[in-house]
Design a protein around this ligand. Structure first.
Ligand SMILES: Nc1ncnc2c1ncn2[C@@H]1O[C@H](COP(=O)(O)OP(=O)(O)OP(=O)(O)O)[C@@H](O)[C@H]1O
Ligand SMILES: O=P(O)(O)OC[C@H]1O[C@H](OP(=O)(O)OP(=O)(O)O)[C@H](O)[C@@H]1O
Length: 211
């Protein structure tokens, strides 16, 4: 039997992803060691390999078939736009992609003004403003702490993830428009879906009652 390879997004989603696989008997003991420098882990009995990767790289590994299966946030899938099958909403890592800013920026949005939009997600921001709202905007790519942008005058609004809303509240910002709900998804390589259909279908069948 060939190995099935899993690519999991590291960071926030990693623990829940590993717990989910543990519940269906896929344990990767060495992976839990916080001091390990190893990158890939093998479960010989189940013929499974698993690795953690930067979230934005997970869809790339899956599209190219370096991983058969991936677990990553919907935000990353939308932003990366890779060719793969999104097969399951895993129900954790729930949050929302939103347009946020100071209350006063609501008026600029309503009047479709040429505003600056800062985001870690330039493709999502562009798709939302150009294709859904038909509003011309300037998109400024940032890599983190995006809430700073409207505070220091880099942009009028941001497109970012909102979970509890604490970051917005503590910085005098609010949700102005909601783009879409987000959560962790399971994705599958398009060739693997055919070649390993039985094992992948069984995997989904085992996970479904746990969600
Ligand atoms: N409050 C939240 N903030 C950010 N991401 C969240 C939140 N809640 C759930 N998520 C999910 O977790 C993923 C982000 O994980 P994490 O925060 O570890 O990455 P990150 O900080 O964006 O990493 P990096 O910028 O280093 O790639 C998102 O893709 C999203 O799907
Ligand atoms: O609604 P909340 O519960 O406050 O969560 C949302 C915040 O958390 C994330 O940031 P993260 O901590 O990943 O840091 P970053 O901004 O540097 O990516 C996200 O980008 C928001 O800033």
């Amino acid at each position: 039997m060939e190995y099935l390879t899993f690519a999991l997004a590291k960071g926030r989603l990693a623990k829940k992803s590993l717990e989910l696989f543990e519940k269906i008997g896929i344990t990767m003991e060495e992976m839990k060691d916080p001091n390990t420098r190893k990158l890939i882990f093998v479960n010989e009995e189940r013929k499974i390999k698993m690795f953690l990767a930067k979230a934005s790289d997970v869809p790339t590994y899956v599209e190219y078939g370096a991983a058969d299966i991936g677990v990553v946030g919907k935000d990353t899938l939308l932003e990366e736009g890779r060719r793969l099958y999104e097969v399951m909403d895993l129900g954790f890592g729930k949050c929302r992609m939103c347009v946020c800013g100071p209350k006063s920026a609501g008026e600029l949005l309503r009047h479709q003004e040429l505003i600056r939009v800062a985001s870690k997600y330039p493709h999502i921001a562009k798709d939302y403003f150009y294709n859904q709202k038909h509003q011309t905007v300037e998109i400024i790519k940032l890599n983190g702490s995006v809430e700073l942008a409207p505070i220091v005058g880099l942009s009028e609004v941001i497109v970012d993830i909102v979970e509890t809303g604490s970051t917005l509240r503590e910085n005098g910002l609010e949700v102005l428009e909601e783009i879409c709900p987000l959560s962790a998804r399971m994705v599958v390589n398009q060739v693997s879906m055919k070649m390993e259909n039985e094992r992948i279908t069984q995997l989904l069948y085992n996970i479904k009652p746990l969600l």
